[in-house]
Design a protein around this ligand. Sequence first.
Ligand code: AMP
Ligand code: ZN
Length: 466
Amino acid sequence: MMRTSPVLRNKDTLQAPLNRKNNLTGQASDSNDSPFWEPKWETLSREDLESLQIRRLKKTVARAAQAPFYKEAFKKQKIDPERIRSLDDLRRLPFTTKDDLRQWYPYGFLTVSKDEVVRMHSSSGTTGRPTVVFYTQRDIEAWANLVARCMYMTGVRRSDVFQNMMGYGLFTGGLGFHYGAEKLGCLVIPVGPGNTKRQLFLMREFETTVVHIIPSYALYVAEVCQKEGIDPQNEFKLRIAFIGAEPHSEGIRARIEDFFGIAAFNSYGLSEVNGPGVAFECPYKKGMHIWEDAYIVEIINPETLEPVPEGEEGELVLTTLTREGMPLLRYRTRDLTKFLPGTCPCGRTHRRIDRITGRTDDMLIVKGVNIYPIQIERVLMSLPEVGNNYLIEVHKQETGDELLIKVEVKTEVFQEDMRYLEGLRKKIIHEVREEILVTPKVELVEPNSLPRTQGKAQRVVIVGKQ
Ligand code: AMP
Ligand code: ZN
């Protein structure tokens, strides 16, 4: 059946700045080509998308049944993989959890012999056994294609210079984007994170146009620019940043965009189901398209395990549809989000999920109230006096837990008199209390005084007896 792609009605204000012809690579500008990397897949009707999902699901389940974990689970629960023929059938299968991955570590989820595995990655968690994931050659190909699709969607083309400031190695962020960007034909600078002065040198010398970076590190790079007297909007050719790997608020995105004069796109993924390239923002930046030709997406209430009504927040559950070496069925990501209603003006038909607000296990309970760190971040980042970093300390005490928020303020604010600072401190206490319904203690600290990481930021510290 012939299908015409819906037109991408980009308005200038919504689009990333136009692609520059890059004199380093000398590659031709592809400004007239389609805004879709794979129009055939990206714009499928819901009906066609669902029948594709069912076809792929049947293959996936048959394949999963080869893995020791699923072989045993199917046997124990008397599940006949042949009888899983619809999306409703899938919803009757048990969930797969991070604990299952740990218990069947390291090879219990493999459906192929080790000879066919070409790559391993692992989650960046620091506690317990890491969860390891394996890829066949075809998995690497399919993953690179998804990442290329995401990058292309935001306007990245082969003429771009892509500086990958994410960790290489076991973390999927670095190599995942590296392969995607190469597939697209970009000039890739595989620098990884850290050594900020060198990053800035590379950006200037090689006229980097696109970066991939952890948002908290991007704010640190902004501080280094300020300290070094570098004006990125005049001295660099940057136009796009991909930010992800950790929860971050709209306020953090706005700070990155304003300082560097670029468009920053939210990028979501997790190692268990490939890595980056699971969900990504399009030029409209109204939620992230989650690629439904590669994943079946559910959002459930983490307590009742029932699907939540559309628009309500819950835990994201993913079933892989194209993974060969290590398919996962109904994997509970622990990440909290919601489906956004309606269709996206970009023409892509894959549903959109909202910014991830945190993980089910990020939740703090203070004085009986459930609090997510991102709620505090949202308040802090909306205040212009507040700098780019903060730390939440939960002090465990016999009399009940206390919340202490250390907040860096901007340099010019820190130089104000005590009365002014006390007024600001009270304002922060008030605004945070309005949001979380608990009165925190707040300490204003000097700019650049809180610890920074090159990887995912640590926003919460528990102090005292656990
Ligand atoms: P890892 O498997 O170590 O790469 O970590 C994946 C986890 O990082 C996800 O399950 C999320 O909790 C978090 N994460 C990744 N991307 C984002 C994002 N864009 N926004 C919020 N959290 C994210
Ligand atoms: Zn869109």
